[in-house]
Design a binder for this molecule. Sequence first.
Ligand SMILES: [Zn+2]
Length: 279
Amino acid sequence: MSGFRQRTISREATLDGVGVHCGEPASVTFRGANPGTGVVFRRIDIEGAPEIPATVAQVVDTDRGTTLGAGGVTVRTVEHALAAVLALEIDNLVISVAGAEVPIRDGSFADFLAALEGAGPVEQEADALVLCLSEPLAFDGPSHQSYALTPAAGLAVSATIDFEHELIGRQSISVAIDAQTFRKSVAPARTFGFQADAEVLRARGLALGASLDNTVVLSEGGIMNDGLRFEDEFVRHKIGDLLGDLALLGARVQAHIVAERPSHTGNVALVRLLATHLR
Ligand SMILES: [Zn+2]
């Protein structure tokens, strides 16, 4: 008995667009699901519409985004949609994807949040699974990330990033995560990349759909876009990415997470560790 009810959505919502890595058209449709379903992706462009559960066990890649896979079928860049799912405490959802990747939209979390909020989140007749830490937990990721968790009544994230670019440098922010603060403080923050990396990424088949419409692009000493949505938009986006990866736990989390240099690789390793505390 957690005291929290499971939640789903009461109507469908669809978003289309382009995949930031594959550069191909893609769409997602969110549909409600029965209690106990969890969050499940379906590749509806493939015969039989194979399912890929949105759980940490299905993570197959964390380079420049989080990719899930099952039975050789993958879905890429799941984290922005899943961050909105987590912020709205939606436990049961079917996300049908027509394409290999969730569309990037404007590079932020905002469209996913608006679509799901517009789809009428509702409580269901079942208790939600909640991870409550009984004691602090510290975890160092595989490449200079570190995470420290302390027990808390709700979910809060403090993050620090450090990039050698004069517009970023060292940025820190703490956010108590509920739908309202996520909408205001995190959801509008866009993904970012360095112009200097673009050629190498494209040669590797990544960032083929990236543009100034969906990515803050940092050039030497500035950005190529018209402006930033927050002075510290970069660290705010990293908090959203962390939340999207945290959704792969499949349970609500009650903890204060302090993250230094979070990355998808570190986030997913953290969630794998947290999953062992669920049993
Ligand atoms: Zn992101």
